[in-house]
Design a protein around this ligand. Sequence first.
Ligand code: NAD
Length: 353
Amino acid sequence: MTTLLPRDSATGAPAPAPTFAVISGGQVAEVLHGRERETIALVEETYRVHGLGDSVNPPSYFLKFPDRPSSRIIALPASVGGSVQVDGLKWISSFPENVAAGIPRASAVLILNDHATGYPFACLESSIISAVRTAASAAAGADHLSRGRARPRTVGFIGVGLIARYIHTYLRAGGWEFDEVGVHDLSLDSARGFCGYLETCDSPGNITIHESAESLVKACDLIVFATIAGKPHVHDPSWFAHNPVVLHVSLRDLAPEILLGATNVVDDVEHCLKADTSPHLVEQLTGNRDFLAGTLAEVMAGQVTIRHDRPVIFSPFGLGVLDLAVGKYVYDEVVRRGGLNVVEDFFHEMRRH
Ligand SMILES: NC(=O)c1ccc[n+]([C@@H]2O[C@H](COP(=O)([O-])OP(=O)(O)OC[C@H]3O[C@@H](n4cnc5c(N)ncnc54)[C@H](O)[C@@H]3O)[C@@H](O)[C@H]2O)c1
């Protein structure tokens, strides 16, 4: 990593230019493969740091296009303290039509900036980092929100693209065993593709494709929403009468009446109550935030106790600090392995006069 280098005091010559490296998706995948537990611990630690206020995580900026209303590119600037100490920006596109064209919906880069100089020192492929931090956050949520009850052994996935696959991988790596795995997607191709992935896993459990969200919700104790729904499509609180743990990763699937009958945990209150997420709709409906039990960091710190006589819903907005923490971990590991691809002469103009 770059450091603030003084001028050569004898000659007055400028210090050497800071370096800039590019880290490919292949390198990111190689570093993170098999490190799921470490990544979950890193994400939990980052939530703690954020909860203690040792971070800056301003609102995300949504770039939208009048001519392409289903698409967007989001900027997530952030700064994380603790032992990570890095600033930066995630720049992530969501183009849902990509899926029909055979490429993933989301693509992203992550820029890491040096704490001391502000110089960017790396650009990382970040769709993998984003999926990993989302999955690690979901696994951490599932763990902390199901403590105090029998760990669910029936899991259901509603919306089964890349994010659902990563969440399943991280749950399994986090020690979850499933007797039953329910799958529901509006696209039968996606459902079949996800089942094909499940069949490659060790002891996947019985796999069932559900034709309706209702049948899946009623059958499962741990439910993952990872759709691209723009507004609520699940309205009936009676589906949740068995008090499941719900990882509401796609944020806009559940109608306010479902949240109003549940214990609601978010990752960051200000972030989550924006952009017409389901928690935001509840706030608009009720005019208050009384329906929120607290944040995952507060649950982890024992400041919020989870009631198990009602559904528990985790709605994580997805914080830029998580991308930075995972990205810096990848960067350090690539450096340690001697694989850093530095772009020669990237910062070229180093003289003021
Ligand atoms: N909260 C976070 O931190 C976070 C981070 C990353 C991604 N996400 C969200 O996760 C979601 C999934 O991302 P992805 O990359 O896997 O997308 P994807 O396009 O690969 O898959 C989404 C799947 O959902 C299905 N679907 C859409 N509407 C549905 C509905 N009403 N019922 C059932 N299935 C439905 C689609 O057919 C598709 O197969 C997105 O909404 C994304 O914004 C959240």
